[in-house]
Ligand binder design. Structure first.
Ligand code: URA
Length: 191
């Protein structure tokens, strides 16, 4: 891939900036359409992602795909990435050092794509991108921070433990699709 994102991807796959590089099988760069006007940001790769080197290909990925399809998003037309690009051992949450070491890659992805809106999937992405605000209060809502629009929803993996959230994620994605449609038309969205 000879593009700016391809350059980021090449650096991610050979990154040794934190200890996760010692335990991972593959680093997992973001994937999707470089011209997308929306980015979905998760936490970190799990076991399947670590094996395949691609984000959201395991159970959480299937749930994400189902919700995207429900709301009319074509998965290959959006861009999907994680806060941390390597799998933490036993799928524990990434620690501060790991997030800090990996953060420049996410910043570069956001800078290159310049999305109209960033969809935050769960707590880790929330605290990395919008620290200091309450996630529960903002779920299903658009938040503006430093001129960037964010949409906040649950992490697809939360549905594995709480099946009631499956429809919540789908309904949130429908709201997100409606908001993106308005933004594409140059209309205001409710914040
Ligand atoms: N969970 C995430 O946050 N990201 C993935 O890529 C897979 C599961």
């Amino acid at each position: 891939m000879s593009s700016k994102l391809g350059d980021v991807k090449n650096r991610v796959v050979s990154c040794v900036n934190c200890n996760l590089s010692k335990t991972r099988t593959n680093a997992v760069p973001g994937i999707g359409n470089e011209k997308s006007d929306i980015i979905f940001v998760g936490e970190a790769p799990g076991r399947n992602e670590d094996m395949q080197g691609k984000p959201f290909v395991g159970t959480a990925g299937q749930i994400l795909s189902e919700a995207l399809e429900y709301a009319g998003f074509a998965r290959d037309q959006v861009y999907i990435t994680n806060v941390v690009k390597c799998r933490p051992p036993n799928n524990r949450q990434p620690i501060t050092e790991e997030r800090t070491a990996c953060r420049p890659y996410l910043s570069e992805e956001l800078e290159i794509i310049k999305p109209k809106i960033i969809c935050i999937l769960g707590n880790t992405a929330y605290s990395s991108l919008l620290d200091g605000r309450e996630i529960t209060k903002n779920r299903g809502k658009i938040v503006k921070n430093n001129g960037q629009l964010y949409f906040v929803t649950v992490h697809p993996a939360a549905i594995i433990y709480n099946p009631g959230l499956r429809q919540v994620l789908k309904d949130d994605f429908v709201l997100l699709a409606q908001a993106l449609d308005k933004l594409r038309k140059g209309l205001d969205v409710e914040i």
